[in-house]
Design a protein around this ligand. Structure first.
Ligand code: SF4
Length: 299
């Protein structure tokens, strides 16, 4: 939602014109995200002369199930043989999102890896962080990529403050016919909260069936690990209950959902802790999907 807002603001001339926008495709986004991106490109980016670069490091779903492919692990919920619980490390965002974005930026700067980018040469990278999540505004830590967060400096917030909130973005998008902007995240991201799982099950049965099938397929860990002898000794699950997805208690409304509904009533932002369901999907530079390095799983 925040990234779409930035693109529209640049296209309208409220913000300076962008040289380009990069979408890192993990290959397993909901169809609504791809349709949204196509529409954005057609109706906003192209008329404004802003190219959208679609980059990819592969298909995260296919790679997890391919015994010949190195797999950057997803944050799976693990049930160990002794009954204890753990999580596998989250490496997927770095591999499937950051890596192809960095490669594209180097390409645009004219310094494809391994050519060193000269000191002092950098791309300014806008990241869609709204005021309610300002704590996620962090620099990339990469010399040739300087992050900026234009939403945090915008005037015109509904409460008179500086910086747009998620609600301000939503109002802006709604007024321009973009209220259907979907969350970007893998169909089977283990960081989904119950609300997201329910929505997938009830509104997108094909994608739900796809996630259920994937959940069953990764019960013993990723295929490469099994093929090279480093088998997971426990069992892996997509749902935090550590039950098969089609048996998981996704109908349970968590206290965090109730809390977010209540804050919505007062017109504030439901900045749900990602541990209980990310509010706006998987953002590559300022992840809304859980802590960067989760507790290591027993192998
Ligand atoms: S959406 Fe989830 S599974 Fe997909 S890259 Fe982000 S953290 Fe990993």
């Amino acid at each position: 939602m925040q990234s779409t807002t930035l693109l529209l603001l640049a296209a309208e001339g409220v913000l300076p014109k962008l040289d380009g926008a990069v979408f890192a495709d993990v290959g397993w986004e909901p169809m609504a995200v791809y349709e949204h991106l196509d529409r954005l490109e057609r109706e906003v980016a192209e008329p404004a002369g802003i190219p959208i670069y679609r980059v990819s490091a592969g298909n995260i779903r296919a790679d997890a199930l391919d015994p010949t492919h190195r797999f950057a692990s997803m944050p799976l919920f693990i049930k160990n043989p002794d009954g204890s619980e753990g999580m596998s490390r989250r490496q997927c965002t770095a591999e499937y999102k950051l890596k192809p974005i960095k490669a594209k930026v180097r390409d645009l700067l004219g310094y494809v890896h391994p050519k060193p980018v000269p000191r002092g040469l950098f791309a300014e990278q806008w990241i869609g962080i709204s005021r309610d999540e300002f704590h996620r505004a962090k620099d990339s830590g990469i010399q040739y990529l300087r992050s900026s967060f234009p939403l945090l400096d915008l005037e015109g917030a509904a409460d008179g403050g500086t910086g747009w909130t998620r609600d301000d973005c939503l109002r802006y998008l709604r007024a321009r016919g973009w209220e259907s902007t979907p969350k970007s995240a893998c169909i089977g991201c283990p960081f989904h909260g119950n609300a997201q799982w329910r929505q997938l099950r009830d509104e997108h049965p094909d994608e739900w069936a796809d996630a259920v099938a994937f959940d069953q397929a990764i019960r013993g860990g990723n295929a490469r690990g099994n093929a090279n002898g480093s088998r997971l000794r426990g069992q892996a699950y997509l749902h935090r209950s550590r039950l098969p997805l089609d048996q998981a208690p996704v109908d349970r409304v968590t206290p965090y959902e109730w809390a977010s509904l209540q804050t919505d009533v007062f017109g504030q932002i439901a900045d749900m802790e990602s541990e209980h369901g990310d509010a706006d999907g998987c953002s590559p530079w300022s992840c809304r999907s859980g802590s960067p390095v989760a507790e290591g799983a027993k192998a």
